[in-house]
Design a protein around this ligand. Structure first.
Ligand code: SF4
Length: 287
């Protein structure tokens, strides 16, 4: 009698909370692919899992923290960055990743995002960008492309969206990258680099949300958006930040890659070297 081909183990058993499965994400959603890349990067980093922490905000992407077998926090809307900042300041030995969506991080959380980058807080930030608020019904958000149809822009969105890699680079992030969730190998390798680096690291991942964004904008199902990325995405290691405009039009390229990889003192480096030295040296008024 043929034996059933069922494996007892999975390579990600150590890092996934399989007791939380099945997950809530829709068929064709890109979030599972991005989570898989991150889970593999976490293992490949060699950083003990009890030193890794994941913080999420609200929305479909915000569920990611709950599926990973490390200390994880599902925080209030827009507050993943300040929560994570508190963690890493309290215990700088932790490697803290904020894993959240465009609406949570860049709309209500936008102010926290830009100031954490300016301060170079030691955080790894993964922003899954699907151009809308998927969980709450497909409303427009700060990254919705101009002209896009959403439930709150039925005649087409008329504003200019944020360009996240340019925004974060301008704020001072020391590592800035963009991939789509079609680029699993590149994305995993980039996540690994980011995990091993210090300072404010930012990775934008473009991912299908067929329910909220793909269907109303003629991108179709998740697999159709993957084909779109295959046709439109381009890797250019010499691409300048000025070239990173992001449109979902069929006549426009989507540039991917690592655009910033530099070093500067982190928030805690500055705090230790400047503030503590001043205080220990006689108080804040000492010249
Ligand atoms: S609503 Fe969109 S982002 Fe949310 S799980 Fe479904 S496809 Fe994914």
């Amino acid at each position: 009698m043929p034996r059933e081909a069922v494996a007892d183990t999975h390579p990600l058993d150590e890092v996934l909370r399989s007791d939380r499965l099945p997950h809530i994400w829709c068929p064709g959603c890109g979030l599972g692919t991005v989570l898989g890349c991150f889970a593999r990067a976490m293992l490949a980093s060699g950083i003990p899992l009890d030193r890794q922490v994941v913080v999420s905000g609200i929305g479909c992407t915000g569920r990611a923290a709950g599926y990973l077998n490390v200390d994880g926090f599902h925080t209030t809307h827009g507050r993943a960055i300040p929560f994570a900042t508190g963690l890493v300041i309290a215990n700088p030995e932790l490697v803290v990743t904020v894993f959240s969506g465009d609406g949570d991080l860049v709309a209500i959380g936008g102010n926290h995002l830009i100031h954490a980058a300016r301060r170079n807080v030691d955080l790894n930030v993964i922003c899954v960008n699907n151009f809308n608020y998927g969980m709450t019904g497909g409303q427009l958000g700060p990254t919705t492309p101009q002209g896009a149809i959403t439930t709150t822009s039925p005649y087409g969105f008329h504003e200019d969206p944020f360009n996240l890699p340019r925004l974060l680079a301008a704020c001072g992030a020391v590592f800035v990258a963009r991939w789509t969730c079609l680029h699993v190998r590149q994305l995993e390798a980039t996540m690994l680099r980011a995990l091993r680096k210090r300072g404010f690291r930012f990775i934008e991942v473009l991912a299908p949300c067929p329910v909220g964004f793909g269907r109303p904008n003629d991108l179709g199902e998740g697999i159709d958006e993957m084909w779109f990325y295959r046709r439109q995405a381009d890797y250019d290691p010499r691409a300048a930040l000025e070239m990173l405009a992001l449109s979902m039009r069929k006549d426009s390229k989507i540039l991917c890659g690592v655009f910033v990889d530099t070093e500067r003192p982190t928030y805690m480096d500055r705090y230790r070297e400047h503030v503590l030295r001043k205080v220990q040296g006689g108080g804040p008024h000492e010249a």
